[in-house]
Design a protein around this ligand. Structure first.
Ligand SMILES: Cc1ncc(COP(=O)(O)O)c(C=O)c1O
Length: 276
């Protein structure tokens, strides 16, 4: 293909891709001033959002949590990068793409308001949480406090540590909706024992959508020398404020070791970015 024809075709493709995002963005800013109930009924708005995805129009997809469909622009970017990576892997994968992981990490850190060294790119929420769950230095008899609405895989991971390391898992329950946010906070506070080492909870539970007072719980945990571990992918704004409290690495010899190791050896084979 002639160079000029190729460039014209490539810029047309880029414009098309940017178009679905800019249309969704424009539609979203047009409903900013409206009540949620009104926006929910605006078919023109939802049409623009629908166009950004490739979900089968013959079914109604209700799972946008555990298996959330990716927007079209994300699928296209993944395909492009995969094809590029396979063009000449020793060069395209190692020399071009891999160093970019570090620049992505730096930019993500800027967006979340933390130091790049405080942020790890993992493949999904489960991997991120399990690194912390399995990496914490816990001894037999140490207690982990969570809720009976935490994500099932996270609960089975703690149960694995019960069998392996003899730790104890305690779960609080709560009514949905709870009487108040303070009620949720107090349920955690009341369940703490002298052996509690970790409080693990979701910012928003996937079962009922209940929101937890992240900052208050993390501050209370810190003040008592307890690790706070929070799955918080759903709300980036909250993460920017409270994310640092999730895993306080100064208190984690294991995580501190990993951090120093990662300085001398940049992360490899980490392709996806998940910020839970
Ligand atoms: C609170 C919570 N933790 C963990 C997960 C697991 O996510 P993933 O499938 O990306 O590992 C989810 C998924 O919905 C979740 O809501």
């Amino acid at each position: 293909m002639h160079r000029r024809t190729f460039l014209r075709a490539a810029s047309g493709l880029a414009a098309l891709q940017a178009d679905s995002v800019s249309r969704a963005r424009a539609a979203t800013s047009s409903i900013n001033h409206r009540k949620p109930e009104e926006a929910a009924r605006d078919e023109d708005y939802w049409r623009e959002i629908q166009q950004a995805f490739t979900v089968d129009r013959n079914i109604i997809n209700l799972n946008n949590g555990g298996v959330c469909p990716s927007p079209k622009i994300v699928q296209e970017a993944m395909q492009r990068q995969l094809e590029f990576s396979n063009m000449a892997p020793a060069y395209t994968m190692w020399t071009v793409l891999e160093p970019e992981i570090e620049s992505v990490r730096t930019r993500l850190a800027g967006s979340f308001g933390c130091d790049p060294e405080e942020l790890a790119i993992t493949r999904n929420a489960s991997e991120a949480l399990e690194i912390a769950q399995l990496g914490l230095d816990l001894k037999s008899g140490d207690e982990v406090l969570t809720t009976d609405q935490d994500y099932p895989r996270m609960i089975t991971t703690w149960q694995q540590r019960e069998r392996r390391d003899g730790i104890k898992l305690s779960m609080i329950s709560f009514p949905t909706p709870p009487p108040s946010m303070d009620d949720l906070y107090q349920r955690f506070e009341r369940a703490i024992t002298p052996r509690t080492r970790v409080i693990h909870f979701c910012h928003i539970t996937n079962l009922t959508g209940q929101i937890f007072p992240v900052k208050k719980i993390c501050q209370m945990a810190r003040s008592r020398g307890i690790e706070a571990l929070c799955a918080e992918g759903e709300d980036r704004k909250a993460l920017a404020h409270d994310g640092r409290a999730r895993v306080d690495e100064r208190q984690h010899p294991q995580i501190r070791r990993d951090r120093h190791a990662s300085r001398s050896q940049p992360q490899r084979n980490c392709r996806g970015a998940d910020v839970s």
